[in-house]
Every structure is written in structure tokens, then in C-alpha cells.
Design a protein around this ligand. Sequence first.
Ligand code: PEP
Length: 255
Amino acid sequence: MRKKIVAGNWKMNKTLQEGIELAKEVNAKVKGLNASQVKVIIGTPFIHLAEVTKQVDPAVVSVAAQNCATEVSGAFTGEISAAMVASTGSQYVILGHSERRSYYGETDEILVKKVARALENKLEVIFCVGEVLAEREAEKHFDVVKSQLVNGLFNLSADEFSHIVIAYEPVWAIGTGKTATSAQAQEMHAFIRKVVAEKYGKEVADNTSILYGGSCNAKNADELFANEDVDGGLIGGASLKAEDFSIIVAARAKH
Ligand code: PEP
């Protein structure tokens, strides 16, 4: 059975002190929901990880980094390795976010290395895919997403792939307030599951959690999560408010 997941991506927001407060608030609100069937994850900046993992109940909230290095260790000034992330007690890492692909030049080749480092360190990977507006308008969105999956992930064995969560995030919907329709989300999620099944078989595909991301909020989460292939959400802006984030978790628990 695949997991229902609601993951927050705080991006470059919150000082350490603010982040600790937010994590505590999220933990308290989610605990109160009794939503034990939903895996709740918060993706914080690197510097928050070690402290935030101590502040949350691991049975209620798991913690993710938003990136990790391609290399194992050494002279890579400013980089943070997957081993360092794991040493904080974090269990997840978000990789391939469109902001990293577009602002920091993360290619499929770079992502293959980052995924490998993450898995070597027993981190679960939330791997983001998604098309830009021009690609959707040119009806290339299925090709783009398939190519990101094939080139970024399909070197993995089926066993390794079982540690991957996929997040479909149409780039035109991220931080824009413009959400994919429920039908557009379901259509792409079903397509992703089909592509995974063609590579790894139906059982692996059925066990793969596929999250929707892109202006998912307290108002539209319910409708998005009602879709069969939408297993949860990767939430940016709305994860910065504990109240909104917990409403999204409750929406996921409901279906
Ligand atoms: C994201 O960046 O992963 C995201 C989904 O952002 P937002 O919810 O703000 O669109």
C-alpha cells in the first residue's frame, strides 16, 4: 500500500528561531488531528535540520532537507552532503525541485548523482518533476515528465526505487496561485504511474506515492486529494502557516 504524504517545502524562509516555532506548532496541530495514516514531512533549510528533528515527535512529523551534494565529502565549499543530512536525524531529501533545476542548473546527470548519494545514506527521496508553461501549451508535458523520470531515476533498481516519492509539480503552478485542475493533476499522476509500471512493474508502481505540488492550499487540497492517483501534496507557501498546513493534512487524512 502506498503512503499518503503531505510534505512542506519551506524553501529559503524562516530564521532558525522562527523555524523551531513553526515546527513545534505543526507538530502540535498535526498530533491533534490523529492523522496517523498520513506521513507528514517538513522540508526545512539545512541549518534548521538538527534542531527541528529534536523538536518534533518522529511518530508525527518527519524532516526533510531541500537538497544535498553530488559528492560524498571533501573540498566542496558551501555544500552539504547526504551523510550530513542523515546525521541530523532527517529521513528525507527533496531533489530536483524546479527552482533548483532552473536557478542552479541542476541537470538530469547531476540529479542522478544526488539521488545516489541520498540512497547510500538511507534517505528517502522526494523527486520533483514537472513541465513549464510553454511545454504544456505545446502539449509536450507528458514527454517532458517522462524524460525527467527516465533520465533522473530509471537507472535505479526496483529495490532502490522503492525509496523514491515522486512529486509532480507543474512549474507554471508553483508559487503562482494558479493550480492545476483536479483533472490535469489526475491525468498526469496516472501517466506517471503508467510510466513507472512500464519500467518496474505494476506492483512497484502501485506502491509509489505520487504527490501534487503547485499552489496547493487549504482550500483546494480536498479536491486534489480526492483523485485516485494523487497520494498527497508537496506544499510550498501554505506550509509556512501551521494552521493552513494542518488543514491540508486533514484533507489528506479524510480520503
Ligand atoms: C513547491 O515549491 O514545492 C510548491 C509547491 O510551492 P507552492 O505551494 O508555493 O506553489
